[in-house]
Write a protein that binds this ligand. Structure first.
Ligand code: 13P
Ligand code: SF4
Length: 326
């Protein structure tokens, strides 16, 4: 009902700080990119909000001098790989990713030695060093197309996400994909039981599932039978979910991914209702980025993310191969 004075004060604090951030960004010719999982205030102040693929495309084409990446470290690194002439900043250097941390360089080199003829496909949620040892990078929005573009007789090492890898394996029917057993702690934690509970509670709702979700496993056969085109279930990247929500005739959606995405879903579809599969599905790394840290980042030019040139050049090849498929 009536808004409290504390909320109103908070509103004006956020408005003023956001205004200062925008002014500072304009003066410095900086562009602010934010991932779909960022807190609402960050999404609202950003120039572009999107998924990993969309944000890297924005980074590649911007003519700004500075990119402030409101996301996690591998995303800022990807921007630095694509834009060596620009200053890339992340407001908090500790914003990591449990999935990217699930494989290191020695592990990948050892795996490649076991399969010397295999093509390496790495999800974008990896460090620059891993990308440099990769043939094709992919994102949740294009992983399937990347795998489909590789000749069928070629062995594939898919890393690091086991659920995204299983989905690609099931959808393509390929037996020669070896999958790294990594996972994102946020997406892996959703029990399939939750999906049954929520779909029973909201029988008219369409189900949107991110391919990193552990809860996808029992649905793989169904998704595969319909090649992902069931009316009531869509497997999609975060940006794919945003698109689907606006295009679909459904009025209700159960959303199986990190809860930050609900801000944009609700904002862009005010006549529709969105139910998070689990209110606890929050990525603490994404939530490290605050307005105060973004302000400091612009004010002090911190924290710069760079990639050594020899690694950058090799990592870039894997990203360009991905981009060139489309
Ligand atoms: P998207 O590319 O679908 O936005 O996913 C990125 C991510 O980190 C998912 O956890
Ligand atoms: Fe990484 Fe998972 Fe957070 Fe995405 S949600 S950034 S995969 S830890």
């Amino acid at each position: 009902m009536s808004r409290t004075i504390a909320t109103m004060k908070n509103d004006s604090y956020v408005r003023d700080l956001s205004h200062e951030i925008k002014e500072m960004a304009k003066k410095k010719n900086a562009v602010i990119l934010a991932h779909n999982y960022q807190i609402a205030e960050i999404q609202d102040v950003a120039d572009f909000v999107g998924d990993s693929l969309g944000l890297s495309q924005q980074a590649a084409k911007t003519d700004a001098d500075t990119i402030v990446f409101c996301g996690v470290h591998f995303m800022a690194e990807t921007a630095a790989i694509l834009c060596p002439e620009k200053r890339v900043l992340i407001p908090d250097l500790e914003a990591g990713c449990s999935l990217a941390a699930s494989i290191d360089l020695d592990q990948l080199k050892a795996w490649k030695t076991e399969h010397p003829d295999a093509v390496v496909v790495s999800y974008v949620n990896t460090t620059a060093a891993i990308k440099a040892e990769t043939d094709y990078c992919c994102t949740s929005g294009n992983a399937l197309k990347v795998v489909q573009s590789i000749p069928e007789d070629k062995e594939i090492l898919f890393l690091p996400d086991q659920f995204l890898g299983s989905w690609c394996q099931k959808m393509t029917g390929r037996r020669n994909i070896h999958i790294w057993m990594g996972e994102c702690h946020v997406h892996a934690s959703v029990h399939p039981r939750k999906i049954d509970e929520m779909t029973q509670e909201h029988p008219k709702a369409e189900l949107l599932i991110h391919p990193e979700c552990g809860c996808l496993t029992p649905y793989l056969d169904r998704v595969c039978r319909t090649q992902g085109n069931t009316d009531s279930l869509k497997v999609a990247s975060t940006e794919g979910m945003i698109r689907r929500a606006s295009e679909s005739d459904a009025k209700e959606f159960v959303v199986a991914t990190e809860i930050g995405i609900l801000h944009r879903l609700k904002k862009e579809n005010p006549d529709k209702t969105f139910y998070p599969i689990d209110n606890e599905m929050s990525c603490q790394f994404m939530k490290m980025i605050t307005l105060e840290k973004l302000h400091q980042s612009l004010q002090k030019d911190v924290f710069q993310v760079t990639v050594p040139e020899d690694i950058r050049v090799r990592a870039l090849t894997s990203i360009e191969r991905m981009i060139n498929i489309f």
